[in-house]
Design a protein around this ligand. Structure first.
Ligand code: ADP
Ligand code: MG
Length: 699
């Protein structure tokens, strides 16, 4: 038997076909479209306008009295090509509009001459300016129409992002064709019931409407559908991920009882505060379950998160397992190491330290002891997460001062079969909307109130005339035995002319302002050994003053330091300023911070004022979010997630809430989103977030 040879039957293009198969497509657009990320017809349908412009009202030229944006209809009376004195080409046409004349002119668009001829009926939109005996427009929008065409003024036109090689007009035409021919092929992903409840139009109306809206008011209506859909898909991804991990991973069940609790807390040099108790309770509940804990602990700088982590680690050890604590810098890792050693003096708990600067031999020994189970607690830097470290039995991973919120990134560690519990700690309070929008897959515990001894911090916004007074005060406090920080935004003088550097400050202080005191320097360009040594000296009060960049931002704990000067404060974000302030809030002395800065705009001014007025980190986080939106810290990039295309977490915050509630309700009714009703939504979730969120194999 003979099979016929394979023949290619020309098929009607589909949504997933390349744009080049669109009716009226011209090959030369290929590259510019690809540059804009448009490959398929579907891509084009979802290439939403950057903004809109509206054409003027349709008028009869004879009625026009003054210069205005209008749309007119007329017949081409004559055409002229010429050149300006500087060699630009000029193309102009004179249009007769029921007896009134209008001259339209275009520069450097000689190709237009082939497109029009006398006698054509045309619509022109643009700014009409009166001249002696006629009206004039420069670079108006023009199109040829036939007798039947009904011309409408006041049209809303989409404005697209372009790349070289494609004009706005060509783009509009292309999108128009795509919408006309393909919009009906789009599948509706949002179940009808929900659409009716929410008053959301169909995908077809929405796509058509977002490209070619009837009015500006309608644009917002259509946009909201996509905002809702985008946020719903994100929320579903997060909730789905959570569900997936809860069934796929198994962690050791570590129950707490009164005896264990007493043994652990006996190690602490103080009583836990009520807030710490609450969080410890959350954590104990989590760790008693075989579903791995996935908890974020947020609490202001100095609110006492470390001891909570220590509790969780000791709970692991009490059950014969290991725990690891990772800090963002070596300084902090060292600090945690010392704290734990102090608290666990004369106990059988074995603590190991693993950092990048260790000698190879020491390192090997630590790794061996981890594998054999000799080390119970490992302290290291975040880089430990990327290494294939072998544990005998790891039950808990604590990630301290996590700004990158890499909880989604699991440790590369080898372990004996079980998954560890995860606890991530952040001193950067997360704005409510972000917590809801981006962290719906985590449980969040919050410490709002630090230990009672936490001192107030007085914050001042200094202007140049008050410098001398501030330094007098600074010196007086140093003489009382306090220590202080001076913070700069750059290390070297050469970096930026307008900013004062660590170098300059150091010289100024040493030679003049604080010449009687012992001054040290730390910044990111020093070797870690040098940094450590300086930090040690400062800790031991062998130094009175530390000039630093924001390397000391996170976690450094020197209780006797109560003074801080921040130079060029406009260079720092609100969260960062607040972190810095946390350094002088750790001891038994009231803290004093003076910020000097030259805010370049109103937003920066607001920011500094808010910093001075507000001591509560959570409130500051909300203010910062109001001023700047998610910013770098909470942007999708930080989470390694694809960017939101339509939604804006700040502007659309009410929809974030709505989408979260809906996603939760959907997953509750159908945990795997398996029913036909949700199948299309699930497809979208997997397509967009499957890989990033590691939920790819849920299907
Ligand atoms: P952070 O949340 O910034 O990591 P830490 O855990 O370093 O804060 O705690 C800040 C300071 O408060 C530390 O010196 C710590 O010893 C102290 N501290 C924490 N909890 C208590 C408590 N319950 N009572 C007294 N002091 C505490
Ligand atoms: Mg800390």
């Amino acid at each position: 038997m003979k099979y016929p040879e394979r023949i290619d039957i020309p098929r009607r293009p589909e949504l997933t076909s390349p744009v080049s198969l669109l009716r009226g497509y011209r090959g030369l657009w290929n590259t510019p479209l690809e540059k804009l990320g448009i490959r398929t017809i579907r891509d084009l349908l979802f290439f939403f306008p950057r903004s809109y412009e509206s054409t003027g009202e349709l008028v009869a030229l004879a009625d026009l009295e003054e210069e205005s944006e209008v749309t007119i209809v007329g017949e081409i009376e004559s055409i002229r090509m010429g050149r300006t004195r500087y060699g630009k080409s000029i193309f102009s046409i004179t249009v007769d509009c029921d007896g009134s004349l209008l001259k339209a002119t275009w520069f450097n668009m000689h190709f237009m001459k082939d497109k029009y001829q006398a006698g054509d009926r045309v619509v022109l939109s643009g700014l009409a300016k009166p001249k002696a005996d006629r009206w004039e427009m420069t670079h108006p929008r023009i199109s040829v129409i036939d007798e039947e065409t009904q011309v409408q003024g006041s049209e809303v036109l989409p404005v697209y992002r372009l790349s070289q090689g494609i004009s706005q007009l060509a783009m509009r035409k292309l999108v128009k064709t795509a919408v006309e021919d393909y919009v009906d092929k789009l599948e509706e992903a949002i179940p009808e019931l929900i659409r009716i409840q929410k008053g959301i139009g169909s995908i077809h109306e929405a796509v058509r409407g977002i490209h070619f809206p009837e009015s500006m008011e309608k644009v917002e209506h259509h946009r909201l559908r996509f905002v809702y859909q985008e946020l719903l898909v994100l929320q579903l991804a997060l909730v789905l991920r959570r569900w997936y991990h809860s069934i796929a991973n198994k962690a050791p069940q570590l129950e707490t009882d009164a005896r264990i609790h007493a043994r652990i807390t006996a190690r602490f040099p103080f009583e836990l505060t009520a807030a710490q108790h609450r969080v410890v309770q959350d954590i104990c509940d989590d760790m008693a379950s075989s579903e791995p804990m996935n908890r974020l602990l947020q609490g202001d700088v100095g609110s006492g998160k470390t001891v909570v982590a220590e509790y969780a680690m000791l709970l692991s050890v009490a059950h014969g397992h290991q725990a690891v604590l990772m800090a963002p810098t070596e300084i902090l890792a060292q600090q945690h190491f010392r704290t734990l050693q102090e608290d666990l003096k004369n106990s059988r708990v074995n603590i190991g330290l693993l950092t990048g600067s260790m000698a190879a031999g020491d390192r090997r020994r630590v790794l061996e002891e981890l594998a054999s189970g000799e080390i119970d607690l490992l302290i290291g830097t975040h880089s430990v997460a990327n290494e294939e470290v072998e544990f005998k039995s790891l039950a808990l991973v604590v990630i301290d001062e996590q700004h990158k919120f890499g909880v989604r990134q699991r440790m590369a560690a080898r372990n004996n079969g079980l998954d560890p519990h995860y606890l991530v700690m952040s001193a950067t309070p997360i704005p409510r909307t972000i917590a809801m929008g981006m962290f719906a897959d985590l449980d969040i515990s919050t410490i709002r109130q630090g230990p009672d001894h936490q001192q107030p911090v007085h914050t001042y916004l200094g202007d140049a005339t008050e410098r001398e007074k501030w330094w007098q005060f600074f010196r007086a406090k140093l003489r009382e035995g306090r220590q202080g920080y001076v913070i700069a935004s750059t290390v070297e003088r050469a970096t930026r002319e307008d900013l004062v550097s660590v170098e300059e400050i150091y010289e100024g202080l040493r030679n003049r302002i604080l010449s009687d005191f012992r001054i040290g320097v730390v910044h990111g360009k020093m070797t870690s050994a040098d940094k450590e040594e300086t930090m040690r000296q400062f800790h031991a009060h062998e130094l009175d003053v530390l000039v630093a960049t924001s390397v000391i931002e996170v976690g450094v704990n020197v209780p006797n330091a109560s003074l801080m000067t921040i130079e060029d404060a406009q260079q720092f974000g609100l969260a960062q300023l607040h972190q810095l302030r946390g350094r002088v809030r750790r001891g038994h002395h009231a803290g004093y911070v003076c910020v000097f800065g030259s805010p370049a705009n109103e937003e920066a001014e607001h920011r500094l004022q808010a910093f001075v007025d507000t001591l509560d980190g959570f409130e500051l986080a909300e203010i910062d979010f109001d001023l700047r939106g998610p910013g770098d810290l909470f942007g999708t990039k930080q989470h390694g997630m694809p960017p939101l295309r339509v939604a804006d977490l700040r502007r659309d915050r009410t929809i974030v809430e709505l989408a979260r509630d809906d996603a939760q309700a959907m997953l509750e009714s159908d945990p795997g989103l398996q029913s036909t009703e949700f199948v299309k939504l699930r497809k979208q979730v997997l397509r967009r977030y499957g890989r990033v969120l590691d939920v790819g194999d849920v299907s």
